[in-house]
Ligand binder design. Structure first.
Ligand SMILES: Nc1ncnc2c1ncn2[C@@H]1O[C@H](COP(=O)(O)OP(=O)(O)O)[C@@H](O)[C@H]1O
Ligand SMILES: [Mg+2]
Length: 219
């Protein structure tokens, strides 16, 4: 069975229809693109998949279970926001520890898990600092790390390269390639840029671009 099945999702904000009958199917371990211009509904799609936003109609099936009504924390997935959305008043260590503490994990286990993720993302030297003192690339890696600490089986990335300069885009693409290979996660990512979608999937899946294009398909 497919890892993620989105069936006939509808979502409106007042009079504005953001999603009108969206369907998509993502296989386990796949790197799947949501491609479309600004305001096409990409972020709304990611937010409904992870449960930050409730759908008006339709179903979300994940790992064989209907999770349409499941709260955010009960879903084995995490989202990296386009703006990173780090907690500015917390240290980078505490940003990474936050989702684990929320889930009630014991202190020793939190420390171990945070250190593992920090090492994987080369953030060890930044842990005591506040996010505001970190470089753009480090902030991006903290945002990714905060999503990875709970070891979700599905990672949702909202325009992961848009706010980065050219050099960082290159490094970040390589980082995702490594994470995808090492962790075997299913990744769904949104991008407004067809070349970016191709370059991400080219690195990861040998030319094979699978995804949904918003605006030209049933939406
Ligand atoms: N919280 C919200 N309240 C009202 N309208 C919203 C809200 N979130 C998104 N929208 C609208 O829904 C549409 C889709 O937005 P979004 O999913 O953010 O698109 P994208 O990520 O593709 O740029 C847009 O017209 C946007 O203005
Ligand atoms: Mg968006």
């Amino acid at each position: 069975m497919s890892h993620l099945i989105v069936q006939d999702i509808h979502k409106s904000y007042g009079a504005l229809t953001a999603l009108q009958g969206l369907d998509l199917t993502v296989e386990k371990g796949e790197f799947f693109a949501l491609l479309g211009p600004s305001a096409a509904g990409k972020t709304t799609t990611l937010r409904t998949i992870c449960g930050i936003e409730a759908v008006d109609q339709g179903r979300i099936i994940f790992a064989g279970e209907d999770i349409t009504g499941t709260e955010v924390r009960g879903r084995d997935m995490a989202m990296v926001f386009q703006s990173f959305a780090l907690y500015p008043h917390l240290s980078i260590y505490d940003n990474l520890a936050f989702p684990l503490r929320q889930s009630g994990m014991a202190k020793g286990d939190v420390t171990q898990r945070v250190n593992e993720v920090a090492e994987m993302l080369r953030l060890g030297h930044t842990l005591a600092r506040k996010p505001g003192t970190a470089s753009g690339g480090e902030q991006q890696r903290v945002a990714i790390g905060r999503a990875l600490v709970r070891r979700p089986s599905l990672l949702l990335l909202d325009e992961p390269l848009t706010n980065l300069d050219a050099k960082l885009r290159f490094d970040t693409r390589a980082e995702f390639k490594r994470l995808h290979r090492e962790l075997g996660m299913t990744i769904v990512f949104a991008t407004p840029d067809e070349l970016e979608a191709l370059s991400m999937t080219y690195l990861l899946q040998n030319h094979l671009l699978r995804g949904v294009t918003f605006g030209t398909i049933k939406k």
